[in-house]
Design a protein around this ligand. Structure first.
Ligand code: ATP
Ligand code: MG
Length: 394
């Protein structure tokens, strides 16, 4: 029997004015992600219908699971919109199922269908009661709630709801620049931003030779995991060594991290201008380390007027780890390669930095041309989900 996937948009469907744009973006993403499969998509304002080849169903379901904007979906049996065909369909399908109680819920989307919904509920229920032994109707807590949607072109029958990832389709918001380190938090931050529809670029500050090429490859692997949720991610690698070395030569030990992060933010602002990013996104979490106290965040943030989104700001580390495991970045994040932040950590980083001290310390070297140079020398790679260039590393 023919089946189709019926996708429900959920939160999407509250975006009245933008609905068409949201639906179009979602269907482009689905087409792109399922381009190796023989499918066809029909969309309307309430839901989307995907025809598929049965042999691909498992693959398709695991791909749909990673597409934001899908609230729930059903795998529906399809039959003609006439009483006999629907009765035959419900019986053929349900006699293969194990259940004791059921309820039928008919919706006549096509009001020209001659039998009223309530009456047709009874017709279908009695077909089942007559032909399947040991079952009964329970309108309150049925084992199976069988939905029957009668439309002009065809009728859909389903009784199981699959949860999608929710959120908005990637591409329904502008571009955000994710500061992606090799740690646990920033990939999760990137995932959560994409879930709200943000188009993501990633930026990695690299301090070779203090950090290794393995550390870079780790970031690329994380980026590839994130690319599962979109088509591709541009990863901008910033040569950060000269600035970092200057900071550690010229500035007070306890202020080095604060100043390093102020430099990162300044560079991020330039990167946003160059690559049309509207916000910075990072994995800062309140109180996690000295540079993430509210005072630190304030002093670091004050070098830019751009909005900074911190999707994991209010999550506990354990909650972040749960998400990292869910999106499969955790095992990569805990690989041991050092990041530029960890290489230079001072013994006692300042917890409540003062901005005037930062300015004083920063005046000890000429950082503006160094920022320009770092931005000019950015090395960008395009990371896609199925790009296995670095598989040997994992
Ligand atoms: P993560 O927070 O990703 O687990 P981390 O804990 O090593 O890594 P922190 O020192 O907590 O990183 O830095 C806070 C945030 O700053 C990171 O989540 C990330 O967004 C950004 N960041 C830190 N180091 C880098 C880097 N080398 N390149 C890009 N972004 C970075
Ligand atoms: Mg962190």
């Amino acid at each position: 029997m023919k089946r189709v996937i019926l996708i429900k948009y959920g939160e999407l469907s509250t975006k009245k004015g933008n609905l068409n744009f949201f639906i179009k973006t979602l269907s482009h993403m689905i087409e792109d992600k399922l381009k190796g499969y023989s499918i066809s998509i029909v969309k309307d304002r309430a839901r989307m219908r995907i025809s598929f080849d049965e042999k691909d169903l498992e693959d398709i379901q695991s791909i749909l699971q990673k597409i934001f904007g899908i609230h729930t979906y059903h795998i529906a049996y399809v039959c003609e919109s006439n009483s006999e065909a629907i009765q035959k369909c419900i019986l053929d399908v349900l006699k293969e199922e194990k259940f004791s109680t059921f309820k039928v819920d008919v919706r006549r989307c096509d009001k020209r269908f001659p039998i009223h919904s309530q009456d047709f509920n009874c017709v279908l229920a009695s077909v089942l009661l007559k032909n399947i032994p040991n079952i009964s109707v329970d309108v309150h807590h049925p084992d199976l709630l069988v939905r029957v949607e009668i439309r002009e072109e065809e009728t859909y029958l389903y009784y199981h709801t699959y949860a999608g990832s929710g959120g908005y389709p990637v591409g329904t918001q502008a571009r955000g620049m994710l500061m992606l380190s090799g740690g646990i938090d920033s990939p999760v931050a990137g995932y959560l931003a994409m879930k709200r529809g943000v188009v993501l670029d990633a930026v990695y500050f690299e301090a070779i030779p203090h950090t290794s090429l393995e550390a870079r490859e780790k970031v690329i692997s994380l980026c590839r995991k994130l690319a599962q949720y979109t088509d591709k991610i541009h990863l901008h690698i910033v040569p950060f060594t000269p600035i970092q070395e200057q900071i550690y030569q010229c500035c007070r030990d306890d202020y080095c991290i604060t100043i390093m992060r102020r430099m990162m933010y300044r560079i991020m602002e330039e990167i946003c201008k160059k690559y049309k990013g509207l916000v910075l996104i990072n994995g800062e979490s309140i109180g996690q380390v000295a540079s993430q106290t509210l005072t630190s965040m304030n002093v670091i943030n004050s070098v830019t007027n751009m909005p900074v989104i911190r999707p994991v700001a209010c999550l506990d580390k354990l909650e972040i780890i749960d998400l990292a495991k869910k999106i499969d970045t955790y095992d990569i994040s805990i690989l041991p390669y050092e990041d530029c932040c960890t290489v230079f950590v001072p013994k006692h980083p300042v917890i409540n930095p003062r901005e005037d001290v930062c300015i004083e310390e920063e005046s000890k070297f000429d950082y503006l041309p160094m920022i320009q140079e770092a931005v000019q020398n950015i090395y960008t790679i395009v990371v896609q989900e199925h790009d296995d260039q670095f598989d040997s590393f994992l």
